[in-house]
Design a protein around this ligand. Structure first.
Ligand code: 6R9
Length: 645
């Protein structure tokens, strides 16, 4: 396996070289209190913390607190403290969906004014410290203003990805009892407009809450307006003060909720808090991307995902960086858009998902070649394992062999990178997320015996032995679910839900989820969510959903559906079910395959044997394993005979 070390020149100019990494890593795990107490000085505290770490993974008394007597405000850290030195520097470069529209450059001073105004508008709408605000927004600067405005007044934001359906939005509005939803008239993406405001109306009708709506005018399209409930931002901001005192927040006050899929039931509201999250987001942004003052950083994620929270908004802005916010998609108007934007804004760090890399690789090198990519220094990936073919293309065609690739492994729950190369310190291997970040203590356990694998080369499930500052603190409204999901299978550890292999050099290779979560284009999807959407349809009696390898998306969604007695299995019904799932959850959940299944393989106790369904979906019947414990082994032959629909 080839090893890709940084050049000597790169390493000697990097924030962290190999020796520094070793030294800091050792210090961080030998004495976390001293290490993190020292690192905390990176933030601007109103009251500096004296208690640094107070965490236990002991089941069932799990409790996680960092910097618990410290006080600070996130928006002051991301804006106000930079004003003296870099008030006129660009904080956000906004690149609109259409390349024919002009990009915007928003300075830190302007950011301050926008955020303060929106904060004052939210206050006028009755929002105060601790209240929840849902954001359902396009990728426009106002999304970042809204996040920071909430942080400024101590409100807790919960962003719902604008690609989610009104039903999913409604659940999340109810789940957090939001006072206000911030949205826009419409969201242009790839030349098409999503009717955000109309979706909000549908969601609110269903939620039955007395939530108010704050609307940004993005397209100027004709949208419904309900007087007394709805407010246009541009009207509300008229005459509002452009300063707003930041609220004093405890380090452990919640900053945001972000819903994410699990292996069972409804998505859970992951809760992140103020001090530890911000410190960790800013440190990982600086060191993983070797970010230097004045550079332009671009993370292509959407703010609806955790990657957008930590690496478009909070991490970069805490570091006084210039961060790019892109409204569009990689293939509009053509597959050269990413590289056109890199050239146009002289991007130094470019961070995207393997699924995008694979899709662009498939369009051919000619979409990359016309652009001057000499500003690029670092390339990053996130969301799923990257296959060596895509890694090599990224490295050779995009990076011209000069840019270290940082394959960052982390989760919504972890707040920031846990396993990632630091580009000046750690030689990379294509497909490996390499080594832990400071303070992170990964272990590999045997999945059955839960024994810690002490040999360097090992395979098993990935757990963390100790806490890091950006760890999620709880599930919103359901602490028991938090404890049960992450700390009950392997007692004393945080269980990631991922399997992994550690090689003889101590490098970690993530092999994917070991639970019933699938990874579709880098987005998490609980198979249980898709199943419950399917059985909610009157024609369906039972369903089982599994992932299968998909060339572009990484994993696709394969649904086995048993129909109600007397229901005819027609092509129309197949299309209807597919649209039904799309409507219930959102376009990203649209099934790739629906196979009619007169019977599902079950054990005598009635448990669906998903292992077998996965093998059939993977077209891999040679290794079906033992089917003798099935109640009716003949269903398997039927499923194989009718594979693929
Ligand atoms: C940040 C984010 C988390 C799950 C995670 C794992 C997969 C993320 C990865 C990766 C291999 C990487 N994952 N990064 N797998 N290599 N570099 O994606 O959060 O949406 O919560 O997903 O994604 O399976 O457990 P989230």
């Amino acid at each position: 396996m080839s090893l890709y070390p940084p050049s000597d020149d790169f390493a000697s100019n990097a924030h962290i070289d190999a020796a520094t990494y070793d030294e800091m890593y050792r210090a961080s795990v030998e004495n976390p209190e001293a290490f993190w107490g020292e690192q905390a000085h990176r933030l601007d505290w109103i009251t500096a913390p004296t208690k640094i770490k107070n965490t236990t993974f002991e089941y069932p008394d799990v409790s996680i607190k960092w910097f618990e007597d410290g006080e600070l405000n996130v928006s002051a850290n991301c804006i106000d403290r930079h004003l003296a030195e870099r008030g006129t520097q660009t904080a956000i470069i906004w690149e609109p969906d259409s390349p024919d529209d002009e990009a915007q450059h928003i300075t830190y001073q302007q950011l301050h004014a926008h955020v303060c105004k929106m904060a004052n508008v939210l206050k006028d709408m009755g929002v105060s410290k601790g209240d929840r605000v849902v954001l359902y927004m396009p990728m426009i600067p106002q999304a970042a203003y809204a996040m920071l405005a909430c942080a400024r007044i101590g409100a807790i934001h919960s962003i719902v990805f604008a690609g989610f359906s009104p039903d999913a939005l409604s659940d999340r509005i109810q789940g957090s009892q939001a006072k206000v939803v911030i949205t826009a008239d419409e969201a242009p993406r790839g030349g098409r407009n999503t009717p955000l405001k109309t979706n909000v109306d549908t969601a609110l009708n269903k939620a039955g809450t007395d939530t108010k709506v704050l609307m940004v005018k993005r397209t100027g399209g004709d949208v419904p307006f309900q007087a007394g409930r709805d407010v246009w931002l541009h009207e509300a901001e008229d005459g509002v003060a452009n300063s707003c005192e930041p609220e004093v927040m405890n380090a452990e006050d919640p900053l945001f909720i972000l819903y994410t899929s699990g292996s069972t039931g409804m998505p859970k509201g992951v809760v992140h808090t103020t001090g530890g999250y911000l410190l960790y987001a800013s440190m990982t942004h600086k060191f993983t991307f070797d970010y230097k003052d004045g550079e332009v950083f671009w993370c292509t994620a959407d703010v609806g995902w955790v990657t957008g929270h930590s690496y478009i908004v909070y991490g970069p802005l805490a570091n006084g960086a210039t961060t790019v916010m892109f409204e569009g998609v990689p293939t509009y108007p053509d597959a050269g858009r990413f590289w056109a934007v890199c050239e146009k804004h002289k991007v130094a760090q470019f961070y995207t998902a393997p699924t995008a890399i694979r899709a662009l690789m498939g369009k051919g090198d000619d979409f990359v070649k016309p652009y001057d990519l000499s500003s690029l220094r670092i390339l990053g990936t996130v969301g799923e394992p990257i296959n060596p073919e895509a890694w090599n293309w990224y490295n050779d065609v995009v990076g011209k062999g000069r840019c270290p690739i940082v394959d960052t492994w982390w989760q919504t729950e972890t707040g920031g990178h846990l396993i990632t190369p630091l580009p000046g310190a750690i030689p990379t291997k294509p497909g490996s997320a390499t080594k832990p970040f400071f303070g992170v203590q990964p272990l590999v356990l045997d999945p059955q015996s839960a024994e810690v694998q002490t040999e360097m080369a090992a395979e098993g499930v990935l757990v963390m032995a100790d806490s890091w500052p950006a760890q999620m603190r709880t599930v919103w409204g359901d602490h028991e679910r938090f404890v049960k999901t992450y700390f009950s299978d392997y007692k004393g550890y945080y269980f990631t839900g991922d399997g992994c292999r550690r090689d003889e050099d101590g490098y970690y290779w993530i092999t994917g989820r070991v639970d019933d979560v699938i990874n579709v284009s880098g987005h998490r999807m609980g198979t249980a969510e898709v199943e419950s959407a399917l059985v909610a349809h009157p024609a369906v009696s039972e369903s089982a959903v599994v992932g299968f390898p998909h060339e572009i998306k990484g994993q696709g969604i394969y649904c086995y559906v048993t129909l109600m007695e007397g229901q005819e299995a027609t092509e129309e019904l197949r299309t209807e079910l597919s649209n039904h799932v799309r409507k219930e959850i959102g376009p990203i959940a649209k099934p790739d395959v629906i196979q009619w299944a007169p019977g599902l393989p079950k054990t005598r106790s009635g448990k669906i044997m998903r292992r077998i369904l996965r093998k059939i979906a993977e077209d891999d019947y040679g290794s079906l394993g033992d089917t003798s414990t099935l109640a009716d082994p003949s269903v398997v032959d039927d499923l194989i005979a009718n594979r693929g629909g």
